[in-house]
Design a protein around this ligand. Structure first.
Ligand SMILES: Cc1cc2nc3c(=O)[nH]c(=O)nc-3n(C[C@H](O)[C@H](O)[C@H](O)COP(=O)(O)OP(=O)(O)OC[C@H]3O[C@@H](n4cnc5c(N)ncnc54)[C@H](O)[C@@H]3O)c2cc1C
Length: 393
């Protein structure tokens, strides 16, 4: 898989390679469909079969280097995979988490860490959760209080995290800890890879209003000891850069998932509007029905364009990726919610019947306005960094 260098001309036509990925992933997603996703949710189990198929075909690790068993692509390719699965009604949250941990280890890990962890992540055999959120810190990562303290050639971790996705299926978790405090009182951060089975680590499921096979957990660290070899990059206090570098692909992948979900709702709405007749013509002939759907298409196309730009910038490690990724996430989350609402409206009462596979996706779709970064925090970023306005907090 080739990636043009920095400054390469932008081409808005989709390459044959990208189209082939899109088609192949769509085919795998369609084989399972939303009914499978719902069944896994109801049975309280992970999407093992779909996960295995996606990785066996080489798409789960498409963004990781070939020398570690990945596809040699980048965020653009990963976003295509995530979007197409969501468009088939299979929005896999945990694929986003994995799509974030791998690049952090790839970019900032030591050689030994890359060799130990990337082949498993690229092959789908090793699952890694990501833990930054804490009850009292919230959106302010610099205020986290989970600490890692050096003890000889080991580190001892204490604290708690919340809303951590997929702890029940993960082999390890990439944990953001505080290893110091700077002159302004902000945490100096360090990232550690911790086995989910480590002594002193416990996790409990949080009952959620999101219907998805991926579950969220409270995680507790009580004197969890890890060897120094588990500190990402080998040196402490480097975590802020590592975290922010990892959050950009996460935002792009969430944008891709939201765009895919938006397409899922739009496809359903259009199909229904074409065939449903209550007077003498299909309801899609009424402009009160067709215009909102056309507007959904416009919003999704715009969001997708911004997501592609953000992925393109990230793959070149170019400036401006932070803002582009955040804006793409905001735009895609808004577009997906708008798509869901119009899909509900077009379906009349049927939207609320379980068999139509619409209402159950509200929680997951709405989530994308609040996480992994909220709408307000994106607007704060744009107001301060792009517009030069003062900060209120
Ligand atoms: C389903 C799900 C899965 C998740 N998975 C993970 C995971 O795998 N790993 C992980 O680490 N975390 C995960 N999270 C956590 C998620 O990233 C956070 O919930 C999110 O970052 C928001 O943080 P918070 O909930 O603490 O909200 P808060 O920070 O408490 O914010 C609450 C509200 O206040 C607003 N607000 C706060 N500060 C400001 C300000 N300065 N200006 C304007 N408005 C402000 C916010 O925009 C928001 O609307 C998950 C959450 C959910 C619900």
């Amino acid at each position: 898989m080739s990636r043009a260098g920095k400054g390469a001309a932008v081409d808005f036509t989709e390459s044959d390679e990208h189209r082939a990925i899109r088609d192949a992933v769509r085919e795998i997603g369609a084989k399972y469909g939303h009914a499978y996703f719902t069944r896994c949710t109801t049975e309280g189990r992970f999407t093992d079969e779909l996960w295995a198929d996606i990785f066996a075909a080489g798409f789960g690790g498409v963004n990781l280097p070939e020398r570690y068993g990945g596809g040699g692509g980048g965020l653009i390719e990963m976003a295509i995979v995530i979007e197409e699965l969501a468009a088939q009604g299979c929005p896999l949250l945990f694929l986003i988490v994995g799509g974030m941990c791998g690049p952090i280890i790839g970019d900032f890990g030591t050689d030994a860490q890359r060799q130990e962890w990337l082949p498993g992540i690229a092959g789908g055999h090793t699952k890694m959760a990501f833990a930054i959120t804490e009850a009292d810190a919230g959106s302010n990562a610099a205020a986290i209080t989970t600490t890692a303290v050096r003890d000889g050639d080991q580190w001892v971790i204490n604290g708690a995290k919340q809303f951590i996705t997929g702890m029940d299926v993960a082999d390890a978790v990439l944990v953001v800890t505080r290893t110091g405090t700077d002159a302004e009182g902000r945490g100096k951060l360090s990232l550690f890879i911790v086995d989910t089975a480590a002594a002193g680590l416990e996790f409990r499921p949080i009952p959620m209003e999101i219907k998805a096979p991926d579950r969220q957990f409270s995680v507790f660290f009580d004197n969890v000891t890890v060897p120094a070899s588990r500190l990402i990059g080998g040196a402490p206090d480097q975590g802020m850069t590592q975290v922010f570098s990892g959050l950009n692909p996460e935002r792009v992948n969430v944008a891709a998932q939201a765009t895919g979900l938006g397409r899922y709702f739009l496809d359903k709405a259009v199909a229904y509007a074409r065939q449903r007749e209550v007077w003498t013509v299909p309801i899609g002939a009424h402009q009160g029905v067709s215009h909102p759907l056309a507007e959904v298409k416009v919003q999704l196309d715009l969001a997708r364009l911004m997501g592609s730009k953000a992925a393109w910038l990230f793959d070149r490690r170019a400036d401006g990726v932070g803002e582009a990724a955040s804006v793409a996430k905001l735009a895609a989350a808004d577009a997906a919610l708008f798509a869901l609402d119009q899909c509900v409206q077009v379906h009349g009462g049927n939207a609320f019947a379980s068999e139509y596979g619409i209402g159950d996706l509200w929680g997951l779709t709405r989530l994308m306005r609040s996480a992994p970064v909220s709408r307000e925090m994106v607007l704060n970023y744009v107001a301060q960094h792009s517009l030069g306005l003062p900060r209120s907090y």
